[in-house]
Design a protein around this ligand. Structure first.
Ligand code: NAP
Length: 252
């Protein structure tokens, strides 16, 4: 095991799959103790088994205040404090403003924005007590640029980008850093569902590859390195930043 995150205690949401799973494993590999959050307990337990003793499973819905309370209470009770929060849980609904239902709009904003706000608010007193902390928000390149059929998802990620900057300004003086990571197309359950719905999934996958200068789609592991850096003291002067990790997608 490496030690870039020795003595760090982290909460990571959406830790049972995709980017969250890879990031949780990477944080733990660098010495952090990690609270794994999501609704599906069996998924979290799989990840915890892979990590070992430094993992804690907390099954909770981040869009609900009682879920948030449970996550923070259990993490602090088990590990004795809190230094890092990775707000990674997210949902994606496809459609234009006319196609998106009210339920889909509400779920998108409840999980992607409201959950991120509620959990960030709840960890602040503990980070203050620890003398500082790092909040890492998983936004999207669609929080920066628009896209076809993303009329609820992209605005939710745009809100995450600006909430990141506002929190960085408000809490910088307390040594609480807040940054956002903007992935482009990473192959996970979230994007597999989109591709599977297309009339010709292979053709859509090839089209998506073509808009990434690096010549391939992202993997969950591609996202984890920056999360480790932002969680560590190596990034102690980095806050309010919005980082594309996108195979060059936004450069075009
Ligand atoms: P994923 O595998 O579907 O992960 C999403 C995670 O969020 C799941 O583990 C899910 O767990 C959790 N989640 C959803 N609603 C929740 C809720 N109400 N409470 C707690 N947890 C909840 O997809 P992913 O691609 O890794 O996505 C991770 C993040 O990256 C998301 O914020 C997504 O928007 C962002 N992102 C992904 C891509 C991409 O191309 N994949 C691109 C840009 C941004 P449960 O269902 O068990 O709760």
């Amino acid at each position: 095991m490496n030690s870039r995150l020795k003595d760090k205690i982290a909460i990571i949401t959406g830790a049972g799959s995709g980017i969250g799973r890879a990031s949780a494993i990477a944080l733990a590999r660098e010495g952090a103790r990690v609270a794994l959050v999501g609704r599906r307990q069996d998924r979290l337990e799989d990840v915890a088994r892979q990590i070992g003793d430094s993992a804690l499973v907390v099954a909770a819905d981040v869009s609900k205040q009682d879920g948030i309370d449970l996550v923070v209470e259990q993490t602090v009770a088990s590990f004795g404090g809190l230094n890092v929060l990775v707000n990674n849980a997210g949902v994606l609904h496809i459609g234009t403003v006319e196609q998106i239902t009210e339920e889909q709009w509400d779920e998108t904003f409840d999980v992607n924005v409201r959950g991120l706000w509620l959990l960030s608010r709840a960890v602040l007193p503990h980070m203050r007590k620890a003398g500082g902390g790092s909040i890492i928000n998983i936004a999207s390149v669609l929080g920066i640029n628009g896209a076809r059929d993303r009329a609820s998802y992209a605005p939710s990620k745009g809100a995450v980008v600006l909430l990141t900057k506002c929190m960085a300004i408000d809490h910088g003086p307390e040594n609480i850093r807040v940054n956002a990571i903007c992935p482009s197309f990473v192959e996970t359950a979230l994007t597999a569902a989109v591709i599977a719905k297309a009339p010709d999934p292979q053709a859509v996958r090839q089209e998506r590859i073509k808009v990434h200068p690096i010549g391939r789609l992202g993997t969950p592991e591609d996202m984890a390195g920056l999360t480790v850096y932002l969680a560590s003291d190596e990034s102690s002067w980095v806050t309010g930043a919005v980082f594309p990790v996108d195979g060059g997608y936004l450069a075009v």
